[in-house]
Design a protein around this ligand. Structure first.
Ligand SMILES: N[C@@H](CCC(=O)N[C@@H](CS)C(=O)NCC(=O)O)C(=O)O
Length: 356
């Protein structure tokens, strides 16, 4: 008998500092996927690797994560048509959850248990979808917040040190792709070219703000001053809008996890999102939930989350020790969530290099 062909493997395209790619990375750990079940392929966003035609064929939006999965029972002999690329975080995590169960016969390489992360009831499923949709809405966009994380000249100068090298590198890649295409024997489609040009335009908009970040406002030309003022307006609006996002999500959390004491897929989205907001607010991975949320409140300014959750209850439900806690102590639900989440091996692994 000839040996059976190897089971085709899925591949997850990710970038470690990316917020949304962290969600499937958390899911892989929580589900107990073995390293030989999914190939991890890094796409360096800071160098614009995601704009290259090879990657655009997998994901025309040029974003991570992308999960490429083999399709079973295909009639086609074409290798390419036997794979399907899934291009958004929510669908990827749902698939990772469903594809590995404790009874799965095709994924036997890891003996770790594979708890179901998808909510089991219609009501929980609706709550989970609501939270995920809020976190992925434009008002909550954690990537946009990176660029508007300065509301005065001193913080703009600091932020420029981080943003400028990346934007310049991405712009260079786009420029090379566009120029290379002009002389290429196999030029890309009009659509791809337009996409690159639009991305270049976006990079130029960011550069216009950050290129003279070292110059104080009162020494700028009239035009540069106008750009800076518009930027501060946009930044103030973004952080002010975030208050509503936080309150909306807070209202949905049962505690300590979004749906109570069981981890679910909404928690993976929330963990990555909150880690980014915490980082932008100056918090770090070692800090506890109360400290982190105090920093978020202070960073937003004039904002307090409701302290409507019992600390003892939160810790008891998360399986954490409660002996040192005063039974009347209350905290906000993000703080309780943070404390529960940060104890998990998945979180420790994904945030081993600090928050991102
Ligand atoms: N809707 C997409 C959004 C993914 C996304 O925005 N990913 C970011 C990284 S977290 C990205 O790839 N950005 C492209 C870039 O930085 O050029 C999803 O849910 O997967």
């Amino acid at each position: 008998m000839s040996p059976s062909p190897p089971i085709p493997k899925a591949a997850l395209y990710y970038y470690k500092p990316s917020i949304w790619a962290s969600v499937p990375l958390l899911a892989l750990e929580e589900k107990g996927y073995g390293p030989d079940e999914v190939d991890l392929k890094e796409v360096d966003l800071s160098k614009g690797e995601n704009f290259k035609p090879q990657y655009l064929r997998l994901n025309p939006n040029a974003t991570v994560p992308t999960l490429v999965v083999p399709l079973e029972n295909t009639l086609s002999s074409e290798i390419e048509s036997r794979y399907k690329a899934i291009q958004n975080t929510k669908a990827i995590v749902e698939l990772l959850d469903k594809s590995r169960s404790s009874r799965s016969h095709t994924h036997t390489t890891s003996s770790a248990p594979a708890p179901a992360l998808t909510p089991a009831t219609i009501a929980f499923s609706a709550a989970s979808n609501k939270i995920i949709d809020i976190l992925h809405s434009d008002n909550a966009d954690p990537n946009a917040l990176v660029y508007v994380n300065a509301r005065d000249d001193a913080s703009l100068k600091e932020l420029a040190k981080e943003v400028l090298p990346k934007v310049i590198a991405k712009r260079k890649t786009l420029e090379e792709l566009i120029e290379g295409n002009e002389t290429s024997q196999v030029p890309v489609s009009e659509k791809t070219l337009k996409f690159w040009e639009l991305k270049m335009y976006a990079m130029d908009g960011i550069l216009a703000v950050f290129k003279d970040a070292d110059t104080p406002m009162d020494q700028l030309s009239a035009e540069a001053k106008k750009i800076r003022e518009e930027y501060y307006n946009a930044a103030n609006n973004a952080w002010s809008t975030l208050k509503n996002v936080l309150l909306q999500v807070h209202k949905e959390i049962i505690g300590p996890y979004t749906l109570g004491d069981q981890l679910s897929i909404a928690d993976l989205h929330l963990a990555a999102w909150l880690a980014r907001i915490a980082k932008l607010s100056g918090a770090n991975a070692a800090e506890d939930g109360n400290t982190v949320t105090r920093k978020i409140e202070a960073h937003i300014g004039g904002f307090k989350l409701p302290k409507d959750f019992s600390v003892t209850e939160a810790r008891r439900r998360a399986g954490l020790p409660t002996a040192d806690i005063q039974s009347t102590e209350r905290q906000n639900r993000f703080a309780a969530f943070w404390d529960a989440m940060k104890e998990r091996p998945s979180w420790k692994k994904v945030y081993s290099d600090g928050l991102h």
